[in-house]
Design a protein around this ligand. Structure first.
Ligand SMILES: Nc1ncnc2c1ncn2[C@@H]1O[C@H](COP(=O)(O)OP(=O)(O)OP(=O)(O)O)[C@@H](O)[C@H]1O
Length: 305
């Protein structure tokens, strides 16, 4: 199986001078997301525990793990809607939640947020007007709306009421809204749930185009392990912790397995064995009243419903 290479920066205009080959390579761009010791408490439970990870611009990072392991909480922290976040969490060079980030991040939740009494185009027009109000932006708004509808392959349904769309189509309207502002970071919570294989493939092609052509960083959660193979890098999570952060190839290689799903299961088994080794077990690591996340849940799409 192959690894996808992160997207290259858009080609420089031809009027620029040819770069000097003896010059040192430019420094890597700043991370899109940098988390150090990231911890989140929800209610009386610690649901994210001291996470360290980095997401690079122009790359697709898959966030994978069983139901309840903390994927949505992590995404909420990144977009700045989660309370009780400690540690360091920088997004596009700002602390997560900084108002300057609002126009630069697109976030699509699991529940589509669309007005069902408006058409697809009217939904997009509304959000485009919120993003870029005023008559002077009218043409740019119209172009952005047309492009976003086309990006998610809903041109033929542009004038249909959102209430008349399927669940998967409504999710794509939400995705189109997130694409309107040409965000630098797209955070997508299970964007392909309920989509048929052709649409899933088309959306993944779109994600790769966004990363390669626009330099967008994408953080995408999924239960579907074959989608893991389409990511540049993976964050494998379990029970509020990151089990591994690496490329799909490196994870398979490291665990001596043929698929990311097998690699994940191998890592879970190794982690459990460590936890159950009495001498090593840290006391008080998990309160006795706090059950682990649903760690035995299979990682298939069917099992995630
Ligand atoms: N509002 C809340 N108050 C307290 N705990 C919560 C709240 N929402 C979620 N949790 C807990 O936080 C933990 C992480 O939940 P989260 O939704 O982030 O998991 P997830 O990996 O996204 O799950 P799924 O794949 O099922 O969406 C779970 O144990 C969940 O029970």
């Amino acid at each position: 199986m192959m690894n996808y290479e992160p997207g290259q920066a858009p080609t420089a205009p031809t009027t620029h001078p040819t770069p000097d080959p003896s010059a040192p390579p430019p420094p890597p761009p700043d991370p899109a997301i940098e988390a150090r010791d990231l911890t989140v408490v929800r209610g009386d439970r610690t649901v994210l525990r001291a996470l360290d990870f980095t997401v690079r611009p122009g790359s697709i990072t898959g966030l994978l793990g069983p139901s309840g392991c903390g994927k949505t909480t992590l995404m909420r922290a990144v977009v700045g809607t989660q309370a009780k976040v400690t540690g360091t969490l920088d997004v596009l060079g700002h602390p997560a939640g900084d108002p300057a980030l609002r126009p630069r991040i697109g976030y699509v939740t699991q529940a589509p947020s669309v007005f069902t009494d408006l058409t697809v185009r009217q939904n997009l027009d509304y959000f485009a007007t919120v993003l870029h109000p005023g008559r002077t932006h009218r043409d740019a708004r119209r172009d952005a709306v047309t492009r976003a509808i086309d990006d998610v392959d809903l041109t033929s349904r542009a004038d249909a009421l959102a209430s008349a769309l399927s669940g998967g189509q409504r999710s794509r309207v939400s995705l189109a809204v997130a694409l309107l502002g040409t965000p630098d970071l797209l955070v997508l919570d299970e964007p392909t749930v309920g989509l048929d294989p052709v649409l899933r493939r088309d959306l993944w092609n779109l994600f790769h185009r966004l990363a390669a052509d626009r330099g967008t960083a994408l953080l995408i959660s999924s239960h579907v392990m074959d989608e893991a193979e389409r990511c540049h890098r993976l964050l494998l999570m379990r029970d509020g912790r990151i089990l591994a952060e690496d490329t799909p190839d490196a994870l398979r290689h490291r665990t001596g397995t043929a698929t990311v799903e097998e690699a994940f299961l191998r890592l879970v088994d190794a982690h459990r064995a460590d936890e159950h080794r009495p001498a090593d077990r840290p006391t008080g690591d998990r309160p006795t009243d706090e059950p682990p996340a649903d760690e035995t849940a299979p990682l298939t799409e069917e099992a995630s419903r």
